[in-house]
Structure formats: C-alpha cells, structure tokens
Ligand binder design. Structure first.
Ligand SMILES: Cc1cc2nc3c(=O)[nH]c(=O)nc-3n(C[C@H](O)[C@H](O)[C@H](O)COP(=O)(O)OP(=O)(O)OC[C@H]3O[C@@H](n4cnc5c(N)ncnc54)[C@H](O)[C@@H]3O)c2cc1C
Length: 417
C-alpha cells in the first residue's frame, strides 16, 4: 500500500504550522491534524526577537506585520514592592541582530500561521483528534476521530508530534521527566484600563517578582493587557482558596501590579493552567520527531516558548525532509536535532532555575555591563540559537559571579517581595 502523505503532523499550533510550512517549502505532502477549530484561545503571548528570522524564512512576516501586533522592544523586571527594576533593551546588544519582538493574541497569531501553511499547500483538518499512532516498518500511521465521531486512519513516511502540552507520543511512550521543584500553576486573564508604560518602553512586557511567585503583564493592544500570576502548585493548594481569590489577593499585596490595575476591568474570564516544566528523554525515534512543547516545556518567565517551538519545528521538519530523501527511518541529523534542541532549551533553563534564587536576583536586578555581560545575557534571552565564544565565556563569567554572590555580597543584598 502507498503512503498517502510524506508527513503527518499532530497539532496546528506555532510548532505544527511551522513544520508544515517548512515541509511544503521542500515540496512534501503534509497532513496537519488539529483537534480544535481555529482561531482558538491560547496562552503564550509575548514573543522574542529571534522569532523574526523564522517568520522571514517561512514567508509569513508580511501577514504578521499587517495584523498590527504590539511591538515589544524590551522586557522589564520589577520587584513586587516597586523598590527596584531593570530593563532588557533588545536593541542594546553587540551580539544580537534583531532589536524587537511582538506581543500577540494567540488566537489571531496562530490562525495566521496555520492558514499560511494551508496556503503553501498543507492539508489542514481541524476538529480532528489524533487518538493513537503506530510505527510499522516502512511507514507510520495515525488514527484520528473527526467531529462527527467517526474514526479514520492516515499513513505517511514520518510523523511529527507538535501536540503541545498534550505531549501525545512521548506520553504514550512514557518519556516525560518533570524538572523537580517546578510544578507551578498559572492564573490569568485579559484586562482593560491597566496603566502601562508609554514612549520608547511602550509594548514592554513586565515581569514582577514576588517572594515565591511572579506576575506577567503583557500589553496586547492600547487598552488590552494580559496579566497572569505564576506560583508553586503546593503554595496554591495550601492557600485553600479559589484561583481568582488567590489572584486578587496577590494583586492587592503587590504594589507594582496593584498601582497599575487601580482602574482595571477583566475583559475575559479568568483562566487557570498547570505549568509544569518537563523534558522528554528522547525527541526522535524511528519515523517520529517531536517539536515545540511536545519536545519539552519550560517555565515561561523569559517568554521563550513560541520561539523555541518554532525554531525546533523548523529544524525538526528539515531533518525529517532529509531523512525522507535518504529513505532512512533514523539519521544522524535527527540525533543532532535532538542534541541542539536540548542545548537551546538548556540555555534558557539555567536562567529560569536561577531566577527563583535570591543571589541571582541580586545581580540580575543590579546589572553591570562590564565586559559587555548584559549584552551577552540580552542575546541569550532574545532567543539567539547559536552561541559564539564571545557570549559563551561572558555567560560562564556571569554565572560564576552568581555563585560568588551566594557566598560574598558582590552586589547590594536586597530583599525580594
Ligand atoms: C502560563 C503560560 C504562559 C506562557 N507564556 C508564554 C509567553 O509569554 N511567551 C511564549 O513564547 N510562550 C509562552 N508560553 C509557552 C507557549 O504557550 C508554548 O510554548 C507554545 O504555545 C508552544 O507551541 P506548540 O505549537 O508547541 O504547542 P501549542 O501552541 O499548544 O499547539 C499544540 C496544538 O496541538 C493540538 N493538539 C494537541 N493534542 C492533539 C491531538 N491529540 N490531536 C490533534 N491535535 C492536538 C492542540 O489543540 C494545539 O492547538 C506560556 C505557557 C504557559 C503555560
């Protein structure tokens, strides 16, 4: 029996759409199976500068630009009591090429990407839930259920899993490892009437650090701001309160957020989502490649998710394309994809892990650009995938200083709250 498709993709989010576009650019026959009907709500609204080269390569930048999303030139990190803040200015960087990013309503943004994949010739079937998959010698099959409740099967040379936090294939193969101590919960919604920064800093994301939790404030439009609270699941449980009451209490006791929300009104319902960082032990196996959150998920404090999802999807699709051309089920390039994706994620992870410690915060909030260290941090947090020697040693040096700060106060000790 002939394969009907070269590649089946599970999920039509940014990772699935990126993989579909990339494969269509190489002329592959692609089927995208997506359980929802787009446009659909999704969290993950603040993008990074290094999304831009991917938009260009997919040929979708004009459509994104035409949608008029909010420009993001920097990321501000604030103490909850307003005593201190610092700003990462993406244009300030001897090591980065892309000075700004965008803030997006994901319903609109994801729909642009998925429709673009369709325009490039991918077959997209929405309201179609993948229920199982199997790798069988010279092909892979995916079983799926359509809106009318009927079951079907498709057959291809390769399967790309872009199912997001559903982590479809890795869950079935029991490959997921959670990062210890990073089981968190997020409570969030959209608000009008929030007072955000204007001028050059308009469009900046605000990350507000509390003792054991943090807020995001993401301006999406002139009068629409996404606000979310992220806290440890255990802390949340011990409060024994409804999520919205926890959110409101946290706002009331966090002057940096409270003062900006004096006249705020909720314009969406409140959402609650578990936010558990995890990695999958392998990202590739015979005829299967995992991309985006289905490859691994990390705490969103540095807004890395969509950029990592699209970057991994583009690379993942390229190695799949090459494997099909070589008529192989597994290649060295697929293994290299796994290695480099984990490395890229790992670079963010070292910042995320340390961000929750006091000594890191003390240096991060009182930055010195001696030896252009801030420029190197800027470049990693802007999402640059490759590391040069110039950025590598500066980061090592920075984390060395963090290690020393734990033992001797290099920067002024500060309380977090
Ligand atoms: C609280 C929180 C805040 C975040 N904030 C940010 C942020 O500010 N910036 C940022 O960049 N990232 C952020 N992220 C991360 C970001 O949301 C993800 O990294 C990003 O959406 C990953 O894209 P993806 O395409 O891999 O997955 P998704 O966008 O989740 O897409 C997966 C798609 O697969 C579909 N699907 C799943 N299972 C099946 C199935 N069995 N059959 C068919 N279809 C299926 C789903 O319906 C979905 O549309 C945040 C995440 C959380 C939890």
């Amino acid at each position: 029996m002939q394969n009907s498709w070269d590649v089946i993709i599970i999920g039509g989010g940014p990772a699935g759409a990126t993989a579909a576009c990339t494969l269509r650019q190489s002329g592959r026959k692609v089927l995208v199976l997506e359980k929802e009907k787009f446009p659909r709500f999704h969290i993950g609204e603040s993008l990074l500068p290094y999304n831009r080269p991917i938009f260009d390569e997919l040929g979708v930048w004009d459509k994104i630009q035409a949608a008029g999303f909010m420009r993001k030139r920097g990321a501000q990190f604030w103490m909850g009591d307003g005593s201190m803040h610092t700003r990462l200015n993406f244009s300030r960087g001897s090591f980065t090429e892309f000075p700004e990013a965008i803030q997006v309503e994901r319903a609109k943004f994801d729909n642009i990407l998925l429709r673009h994949a369709e325009e490039l010739g991918a077959e997209v079937r929405e309201e179609t839930l993948v229920t199982s998959h199997a790798v069988e010698g010279d092909h892979v099959t995916a079983q799926f259920r359509t809106k009318d409740g009927t079951d079907h099967e498709a057959r291809a040379a390769f399967l790309i899993d872009a199912s997001g936090l559903n982590n479809f294939t890795a869950n079935r193969e029991k490959l997921r490892d959670y990062y210890p101590g990073h089981k968190k919960i997020a409570i969030f919604g959209h608000y009008s009437g929030v007072q955000m920064t204007d001028g050059e800093e308009k469009g900046d994301i605000l990350i507000v650090r509390r003792k054991n939790s943090w807020f995001w404030m993401i301006p999406l439009e002139d009068d629409k701001v996404s606000i979310g609270l992220v806290l440890d699941l255990e802390d949340f449980k011990s409060l024994k309160q409804e999520p919205l009451a926890v959110f409101d209490d946290a706002v009331a006791t966090t002057p940096t957020v409270r003062d900006r929300m004096t006249n705020a009104k909720a314009i969406t319902q409140g959402h609650v989502l578990s936010d558990f960082s995890y990695t999958n032990r392998t990202l590739v196996s015979d005829r299967v490649v995992r991309v985006g959150d289905a490859a691994g998920f990390i705490d969103p404090i540095f807004s890395s998710g969509v950029m990592l999802a699209m970057h991994s999807a583009q690379r993942g699709a390229q190695v799949v394309n090459d494997a099909i051309a070589a008529q192989k089920t597994m290649t060295f390039a697929m293994k290299r994809y796994e290695w480099s994706t984990k490395k890229h994620v790992g670079r963010f992870w070292q910042f995320i892990e340390k961000f929750y410690t006091k000594h890191f915060a003390q240096l991060f909030f009182q930055p010195s650009n001696r030896f252009r260290m801030v420029c190197a941090i800027n470049c990693v947090l802007a999402g640059r995938p490759e590391m040069t020697f110039a950025t590598w040693w500066r980061l090592k040096f920075f984390f060395g200083l963090v290690w020393i700060q734990k033992r001797f106060a290099l920067a002024k000790p500060i309380e977090i709250g």
